[in-house]
Write a protein that binds this ligand. Structure first.
Ligand code: ADP
Length: 672
């Protein structure tokens, strides 16, 4: 939104002035054009030579004449066509007395017009002033446009055009789900804005700014708006990249303007998104970037310069805190750091609840199940999923969103829409089926691997030809070495199945190989899980909140050894995957055949075939276990003399929740 639009009565001024100027210019242009046109028409069509006039006079064709200072206005005797009287003009080449004499002789009526000296002077002056005024007006209009809209000079100066201002954001902490720690530390900030006097009275210095740090889409902007909304103060927001321009000094002047404007509106909040765009460490080694440094210096100077008791607070957001200049993080600047990380299971459930508030859900919906299936998703993903599900429900002509819609939406957000027009050849379908079943079967055969929710070989718009969807039984914050090793075998199960069945390999395993290598490398360099290197830290995580890339931190020869270790670990996992699948080739064939026929297989169907093929008895499902526990509790409650049963069993979040889908409930550990 343009800042001007929010300025109320004050903001009207420049706009009105501008339109007045345009109107004036238009009037002037019209006047000059009319003037020029009359002169031209007069000159071109009605002017006659003096000799012609004399001839007309001699032949008695002149009715009357008006003698003007420098010309004669002649009314001819002969009427023009359609009765319109035309006036002719001529410039006497002889002196005036001669003309009067001739007119008297010819007996033509004439009068002499006194020369209008003032009029002529005014006319002369105006013919100079008007063009000059038009030029000046036009140039100043052009200059203003350039200054405002980032014209040729890139919008030198004012930050107005890009600053987004909201007088009242209307967002409160209730709209931000999860992120309890972040909200808690920002709650204090709201209090500073409400009662600055309370703090200054005791001698406490108010914080000038807080830095919101976290991955994209976790709600940093939302939190900043909520702070403004809670404190009922205006919200000024600008992205760091908006400051950066090609011309040195432009960014700095924008910072100045922004603070000037904000100070006028204090108490208020300034929010600078992507602050790393201007706040990068000043680099002196390679000459640096003058423009960015000047902008940063100006920001630092402004932050030092303002008086916190006025209620001005700067919030900034970044997902790369490690690149920020230390000067920005010094006390008195962004001294508070608020971490806004990816939400955990509880956080995801509450985010889903917030966004599902205004959506009609049917009784099948289990938001916790969706939260379990979306480990790693951020707030914006979850908001997107709820919306996708609502669209799907409308598309299918239903009035409420079902769990099926939500699960489908999860897939749409994670792997894209179904791409039905991509027809796989029969051979490709077989390969994809075996590949995907390979992953799932290896997972099912290993004790520590996660169960599958669904396998499908319907191609998706984001490139997958098929995929296995896992839904963990509960959220994990720690992984054991055994689990990671099982994960590696799972990743490589697809490629192993291809090799065992088709005796060849395809390009389909590229992503699996990438993931497996990442995990294997992390195990060796970061988690201290290799016998060769032990506890030595060999890599450092960079851009923790973005891609979490790990950079090696060791000598060249160690790096080569690490590569060997990674290779060894991957080879061991691949051999294990091949062994598991070869030993269970019949199960692999059965499930793959099913998948080739049906395109999709649920976890329940998968486990049914798996158990039948392996001759395993169907174990008690979780539902049945729960039912038993419930009956037991009821029985105990009805026998008052007995102590109440251990509530942990029935209150356990994962045990008491409804299954995500009928397919997942039959995943007891005992069957694996
Ligand atoms: P960031 O600034 O961290 O990139 P945003 O604040 O722009 O993320 O979040 C984008 C959208 O995602 C929000 O408008 C909101 O709809 C949703 N969202 C993100 N986090 C949350 C949350 N914790 N609670 C509710 N909605 C959220």
């Amino acid at each position: 939104m343009d800042q001007n639009q929010n300025k109320g009565p004050n903001g009207e001024g420049p706009k009105n002035k501008q339109s007045l100027l345009i109107l004036l210019i238009c009037i002037m242009v019209v006047l000059v054009c009319v003037n020029m046109l009359t002169r031209m028409t007069r000159g071109v069509s009605n002017e006659i030579a003096y000799s012609e006039f004399i001839e007309m006079l001699e032949e008695g064709e002149v009715e009357s004449v008006v003698i003007q200072s420098s010309s004669l206005e002649i009314t001819p005797r002969v009427q023009q066509s359609m009765g319109i009287q035309t006036t002719l003009y001529t410039v006497p080449t002889e002196d005036g007395n001669e003309v009067t004499k001739r007119l008297e002789e010819a007996g033509v009526e004439f009068k002499e017009e006194k020369p209008d000296v003032m009029g002529q002077l005014l006319y002369g002056l105006l013919s100079i002033i008007i063009p000059v005024a038009i030029m000046v007006g036009f140039l100043s209009f052009l200059f203003r446009r350039m200054n405002k809209g980032g014209g040729m000079m890139g919008g030198v100066g004012k930050s107005r055009a890009k600053a987004y201002v909201q007088k009242e954001t209307g967002i409160t902490f209730k709209d931000v789900a999860g992120q309890d720690e972040a909200k808690e530390s920002l709650q204090e900030v709201v209090d500073f804005l409400h009662n600055p006097g309370k703090y200054t009275a005791i001698g406490a210095k108010l914080p000038k700014g807080a830095l919101l740090v976290g991955p994209p889409g976790t709600g940093k902007t939302l939190l900043a708006k909520a702070v403004a909304g809670e404190a009922h103060v205006p919200f000024f927001s600008l992205s760091g990249s908006d400051f950066v321009e090609m011309f040195v000094g432009v960014g700095a002047s924008r910072v100045r303007d922004l603070f000037e404007e904000a100070k006028k509106n204090a108490p208020c909040i300034i929010f600078i998104d992507e602050v790393d765009a201007i706040g990068k460490t000043r680099d002196t080694r390679y000459g640096g970037n003058d423009e960015r440094e000047q902008t940063l210096n100006q920001l630092l100077a402004e932050m030092d310069g303002f008086d916190t008791s006025k209620g001005l607070l700067i919030l900034a957001a970044t997902n790369r805190p490690e690149v920020l200049d230390p000067a920005l993080l010094r006390p008195g600047r962004f001294d508070r750091r608020v971490i806004v990380d990816r939400p955990d299971l509880k956080g995801r459930v509450s985010i889903l609840k917030v966004h599902a508030q205004n959506v009609s859900l049917d009784e099948t919906v289990d938001l916790e199940g969706i939260a379990l299936a979306t480990s790693g998703a951020v707030g914006s993903d979850l908001a997107n999923m709820i919306n996708e599900a609502a669209i799907l429900a409308v598309k299918n002509g239903r009035k409420a969103v079902s769990q099926k819609d939500l699960l489908e939406a999860v897939e749409v957000v994670l792997v894209g829409k179904e791409k039905k027009d991509r027809i796989l050849s029969a051979e490709e379908r077989r390969i994809v089926s075996y590949h995907e079943v390979g992953h799932a079967l290896v997972s099912a055969l290993q004790k520590d691997a996660e169960p599958v929710q669904k396998i499908t070989i319907v191609p998706r718009t984001m490139g997958a030809l098929g995929y296995v969807m896992h839904v963990p039984e509960e959220e994990k914050y720690l992984n054991t070495r055994k689990e990671l090793e099982a994960m590696l075998v799972g990743y490589l199960g697809g490629r192993a199945a291809e090799e065992i069945v088709f005796d060849t390999v395809t390009t389909g395993a590229a992503n699996d190989i990438e993931q497996a290598t990442k995990v294997a490398r992390a195990m060796i360099t970061q988690y201290g899980m290799s016998d060769r290197f032990g506890l030595m830290g060999l890599a450092e995580t960079q851009s923790q909140y973005l891609d979490g890339r790990a950079m090696l931190n060791c000598g060249d020869s160690t790096a080569t050894e690490i590569d060997h270790e990674v290779m060894k670990l991957l080879k061991k996992s691949y051999d294990e995957a091949k062994r598991l699948l070869s030993e269970n080739r019949d199960v692999l064939d059965k499930i793959a055949e099913f998948l080739i026929q049906k395109e999709t297989i649920t976890g329940k169907e998968f486990m049914k075939i798996f158990r039948e093929a392996k001759g395993i008895q169907e174990p008690e499902t979780k539902q049945r276990v729960e039912e038993k526990a419930r009956q037991q509790t009821v029985a105990e409650k009805t026998a008052p003399e007995l102590p109440v049963s251990n509530p942990a069993e029935t209150q356990d979040g994962t045990a008491s929740r409804e299954p995500v889908q009928s397919g997942t409930e039959s995943y007891p550990e005992s069957s694996l």
